[in-house]
Design a protein around this ligand. Structure first.
Ligand SMILES: *Cc1c(COP(=O)(O)O)cnc(C)c1O
Length: 427
């Protein structure tokens, strides 16, 4: 399957039924699996044999869907998690523990920022945030003796900056650590970070991958390319015996292709239990089957609407990396030549009050704290997620009082433009 192009992988990868088996992936709605001898069960517990025994660790439905995403990203192994937040946490915590340090892009999803800067800090892991536009020298200066990974988002939510994957991968590798990329907004249809040097890719599958606003989920894909064994003192969890599994050394037993995901499953999933339910994995797979078709439409609609907004004198500014005069256009052309994403941000002349009137007048675009599904939705952060802040405080975190985040769905684009026009007329 791995020789096929992305569109074929969206539809076909992960599950190939044998003669007489179900065409669609079966939902293994079972917490547990039965064995004939306790000896066999014991081997599973010791990771000496592969097989299913308890859904908190692994379930066949989840594994089919993880295998599909793995092929789409060009990785060596993958796992599903209960949410994007769990995927971000696991991807870092599988490498770093109390006393360690991570370098992260500063323009990342707010939930991830809080996880890193507040919650993981309380666990003793420190983060240094750098601008995605930093020079190599500035990036180098952020590293410490105890740095274990570098993190960034292909297209940042909601800043819409494009991450220079090659630049960050090169510096991360020079310091002997992997680059982890959150590829949620681009999806593997528009960008495959591993092809540009990323080592681990994670997703909130809640967004475009599910794409129908129906199931919260996440996933982690390992490229299998980072050689942990070159830095055994930096990554003892992967390169030295795990006492909680009778002394298995993940890199020795599972190779570079399997070590990272096996450890994340055997330790983190076992202990934190952030599993995706097989039912949700099934819904996610339905979304993946049409991801390539939907992404093209999301991007086409967004570019058309971004150009319309640019041309309307009631609009103060527009940010969309697919626009030729956008600050991130050159990076978008390099990393996302077939399209970026469906999310645009723009400002309305007249600020807070005008935005409120505009939002209330929209008939198709729904007001939601969500992005990236088939239905168009929008949010006015100054009046929603950031409403407790005054204008000065908003500016300090890069959000202007007039900012509207607009997530283009796959409806008819002229209907969406007409909807925006009548809402602007109503201000
Ligand atoms: C939504 C989102 C997350 C968090 O994912 P959940 O599935 O909501 O937990 C992480 N990263 C990005 C870029 C997101 O948009």
């Amino acid at each position: 399957m791995s020789d096929f192009r992305i569109e074929t992988k969206c539809v076909q990868s992960g599950y190939t039924p044998k003669n007489g088996e179900p065409r669609q992936i079966p939902i293994y709605q079972s917490t547990t699996f039965k064995y004939d001898s306790s000896e066999e069960m014991g081997k599973l517990f010791d990771l000496e044999a592969s097989g299913y025994f308890y859904t908190r660790l692994q379930n066949p439905t989840n594994d089919y869907v993880a295998a599909k995403i793995c092929e789409m990203e060009g990785g060596s192994a993958a796992m599903l998690t209960s949410s994007g937040q769990a995927a971000a946490f696991f991807s870092i915590f599988n490498l770093a523990s109390c006393g360690d340090h991570i370098v992260s892009s500063s323009t990342i999803y707010g939930g991830t920022y809080n996880l890193f800067a507040v919650t993981m800090k309380r666990m003793g892991i420190e983060f240094t945030f750098v601008s995605p536009e930093c020079t190599e020298e500035e990036l180098n200066a952020a590293f410490r003796e105890n740095t274990k990974a570098v993190f960034g988002e292909t297209i940042a939510n909601p800043a819409l900056t494009v991450f220079d994957i090659e630049k960050f991968a090169k510096v991360a590798h020079a310091h002997g650590v992997p680059l982890i990329v959150d590829n949620t907004f681009a999806t593997p249809v528009n960008c495959r970070p591993i092809e540009w040097g990323a080592d681990i890719v994670m997703h909130s599958t809640t967004k475009y991958m599910d794409g129908h606003g129906c199931s919260v989920g996440g996933c982690i894909v390992d490229s299998g390319k980072f050689d942990w064994t070159k830095y055994p003192e930096k990554f003892p969890g992967l390169c030295t015996p795990d006492e909680s599994y009778h002394g298995v050394t993940y890199t020795e037993r599972f190779g570079l292709e399997g070590a990272f995901i096996t450890k994340a499953t055997a330790q983190l999933m076992r202990d934190f239990g952030a599993i995706q339910s097989p039912q949700h994995a099934y819904y996610l797979n339905l979304g993946l089957e049409s991801l390539h078709v939907r992404m093209a439409r999301h991007c086409e609609n967004a570019l058309t609407i971004a150009k319309f907004l640019k041309s309307d004198e009631r609009i103060a500014w527009v940010t969309y990396p697919g626009l030729e005069d956008d600050r991130n256009y050159e990076l978008a052309k390099k990393y996302l030549p077939n399209g970026t994403c469906g999310v645009i941000s723009f400002g309305i002349k007249g600020g807070r009050v005008a935005c409120e009137k505009f939002m209330n007048s929209l008939k198709i675009a729904a007001i939601q704290t969500h992005v990236a599904d088939v239905r168009t939705c929008c949010l006015h952060p100054a009046n929603a997620t950031h409403r407790q802040m005054n204008d000065d405080e908003l500016l300090a975190c890069g959000i202007t009082p007039d900012l509207v985040r607009y997530s283009c769905g796959i409806e008819n684009v002229q209907d969406l433009i007409d909807d925006i026009k009548q809402a602007l007329d109503n201000i």
